[in-house]
Design a binder for this molecule. Structure first.
Ligand SMILES: Nc1ncnc2c1ncn2[C@@H]1O[C@H](COP(=O)(O)OP(=O)(O)OP(=O)(O)O)[C@@H](O)[C@H]1O
Ligand SMILES: [Mg+2]
Ligand SMILES: [Zn+2]
Length: 256
């Protein structure tokens, strides 16, 4: 048999079995795993994040707000599609695990529920759209936009990482409104906080002057209230990258 061809169904996707003296055909399990592999590939999860799961999101160094964030996201995807809002908006400081959790969410949906998902870094999406406008572009604006508009779940990472322009506000409103009207889920991560969270954290010196509504505009922020459950990771949460860096340093020193 050719390499890679399933030994049970010989690549047909069907297996025959006897049931009450009748031979019946049933879908071979390799079809499901092939579909999952395709869904994982189509999701465009960056390699850095491809191993992120809920299980390897560790809690000992986390603040309560990170624990709650994990619980809400985990619960959201377990209940999906029976969920109250169409998505969630994870806001919090750098390195607090927002992308990790959001990727764990789409991976869960792919693996457990065979939901089509798509990861897009906000800046990369803009770059792709902008380059589609150039004269000798290899792809059209619609070929970039179509999957972003239509995928069942879109993960838009790092919203607000670029300053808004009128064009940007238009295109982003178009994407979000379209998905909202079609009742498609959108998961968003951002470093920018809401005013009230900054107010409570000012005492801890982690304040950033600009808030999410200033960064992306009040209209868009307001739309997101409707579309997404806001999950706030407290600004005092530790940067996990710093923790990993410190651990590696200790390990290197121990090896001297
Ligand atoms: N609780 C955790 N347990 C294990 N690994 C974690 C945890 N939190 C974060 N990490 C890891 O730390 C790194 C940084 O996390 P992540 O990229 O998710 O942060 P972020 O909040 O999205 O940061 P940024 O705002 O800079 O995008 C990743 O490699 C991630 O897998
Ligand atoms: Mg991130
Ligand atoms: Zn098979």
């Amino acid at each position: 048999m050719a390499e890679g061809v399933c030994e049970f169904c010989r690549g047909t996707g069907w297996r025959l079995k006897e049931q009450n003296s009748i031979v019946v055909a049933e879908r071979c399990s390799c079809v499901r795993s092939r579909e999952k592999v395709t869904l994982v590939q189509q999701a465009r999860i960056p390699r850095r994040y491809e191993d992120c799961t809920f299980d390897n999101f560790l809690l000992p160094m986390c603040t309560d707000s990170q624990r709650v964030a994990k619980q809400i996201v985990d619960c959201f995807v377990r209940s999906y599609p029976a969920v109250a809002t169409t998505g969630f908006l994870l806001m919090g400081p750098p390195g607090s695990g927002k992308t990790h959790l959001a990727v764990a969410a789409i991976k869960f949906l792919i693996q457990e529920k065979k939901v089509g998902c798509l990861f897009y870094d906000f800046r990369e999406l803009l770059k792709m759209l902008q380059s589609s406008y150039s004269k000798d572009a290899e792809f059209s604006e619609m070929s970039v936009l179509h999957p972003v508009l239509r995928t069942e779940v879109l993960l838009l990472d790092e919203l607000g990482a670029k300053k808004m322009t009128p064009w940007l506000e238009d295109i982003l409103s178009y994407i979000l409104n379209y998905r909202y009207n079609e009742k498609l889920s959108t998961f968003i991560t951002t470093n920018w906080m809401d005013e009230e969270l900054l107010d409570t954290s000012r005492a801890s010196n982690h304040a950033k002057e600009e808030t999410l509504d200033v960064r992306i505009g009040e209209r868009l922020r307001s739309r997101l209230y409707e579309m997404c459950e806001t999950i706030q990771i407290h600004p005092s949460s530790l940067d996990y990258r710093k923790i990993l860096h410190a651990r590696n340093k200790t390990r290197n020193l121990a090896g001297l």
